[in-house]
Ligand binder design. Structure first.
Ligand SMILES: NC(=O)c1ccc[n+]([C@@H]2O[C@H](COP(=O)([O-])OP(=O)(O)OC[C@H]3O[C@@H](n4cnc5c(N)ncnc54)[C@H](O)[C@@H]3O)[C@@H](O)[C@H]2O)c1
Length: 254
């Protein structure tokens, strides 16, 4: 499929996980990929692999965000897709009773303020073009509560979801679609390592997933490519859940 032929796509957090899988998928579908990451080695590798451009940026810094969209526009002539995906979930962010203000603020800045900057500075390009697709990465924890809390992370993703909804509505008649991707738990190296060491911890989560396993990053990339493409032309302001059924489940299959 070449649904994204010659579209210019800026992907944040493109060096790893969901961002990397999406860079690959976008390139397969014909897009020109601008791979953004804080990690220069991983970001360069991703950009080289997909024949795209690497821009080193910290998405929690407004000047960096302005520069990354400007570079994309100067290099390729448009900004058609913004996948605002970079995010962190550090161990210091835990129960509200133990999470300090510094950890709280850092997570808000990287996960939520970054999406505010990315949307703020991508939308003017899209307004001038009269079209564009923005996908912001939220999480299933934006719609469900968890007893294994990461309080700032959850609050940040709730913010991403509400902001996405509002922007999707505000810019709907200017040809700009804004959707939130809400992934369920994805089988990343970090998750594997954690759960290989602690099978009980994995089981505590797996029991809630009707499909019976964690997602693969490629499955997120497929959903993002759909949302980015004209196949999703009537989808905006949505909370697009790709969660294996978690958020709809009461009793799961044995
Ligand atoms: N993995 C999951 O199970 C899961 C589930 C739901 C939502 N998410 C969300 O999906 C997104 C991607 O997660 P992932 O699992 O692919 O993560 P990952 O850690 O594999 O990749 C994140 C990338 O973002 C980069 N990054 C971090 N901070 C940055 C910053 N300030 N500026 C620029 N780049 C930065 C990192 O260097 C890394 O390459 C995140 O927003 C995460 O919260 C992940």
């Amino acid at each position: 499929m070449q649904r994204l032929q010659d579209r210019v796509a800026v992907i944040t957090g493109a060096g790893s996980g969901i961002g990397l899988a999406t860079a690959r998928r976008f390139a397969q579908e014909g897009a020109k990929v601008v791979a953004v990451d804080l990690d220069e080695v991983a970001g360069t590798k991703a950009a080289d692999e997909v024949g795209g451009l690497f821009v080193k940026a910290d998405v929690s810094q407004e000047d960096d965000v302005i520069r990354m969209f400007r570079t994309a526009h100067e290099t390729y002539g448009s900004v058609d897709i913004a996948f605002n995906n970079a995010g962190i979930s550090p161990p210091e962010d835990d129960s509200i009773l133990t999470t300090g203000i510094d950890a709280w603020r850092r997570v808000q800045e990287v996960n939520l303020t970054s999406v505010y900057y990315c949307c703020k500075h991508a939308i003017p390009y899209m307004q001038r073009q009269g079209k564009g697709s923005i996908i912001n990465t939220a999480s299933f924890v934006a719609v469900m509560g968890s007893a294994t809390s990461q309080i700032s992370y959850t609050a940040s993703k709730g913010g991403v979801l509400a902001m996405t909804r509002e922007l999707g509505v505000q810019f709907a008649r200017e040809g700009i679609r804004v959707n939130a991707l809400c992934p369920g738990p994805v089988d990343t190296p970090l998750l594997q390592e954690l759960f290989a060491k602690d099978p009980e911890r994995a089981q505590r989560r797996l029991v809630h997933i009707p499909i019976g396993r964690f997602a693969r990053a490629e499955e997120m990339a497929a959903a993002v490519a759909f949302l980015a493409s004209d196949d999703a032309s009537f989808i905006t302001a949505s909370e697009f859940l790709v969660d294996g059924g978690i958020s709809s489940a009461y009793v799961t299959p044995l």
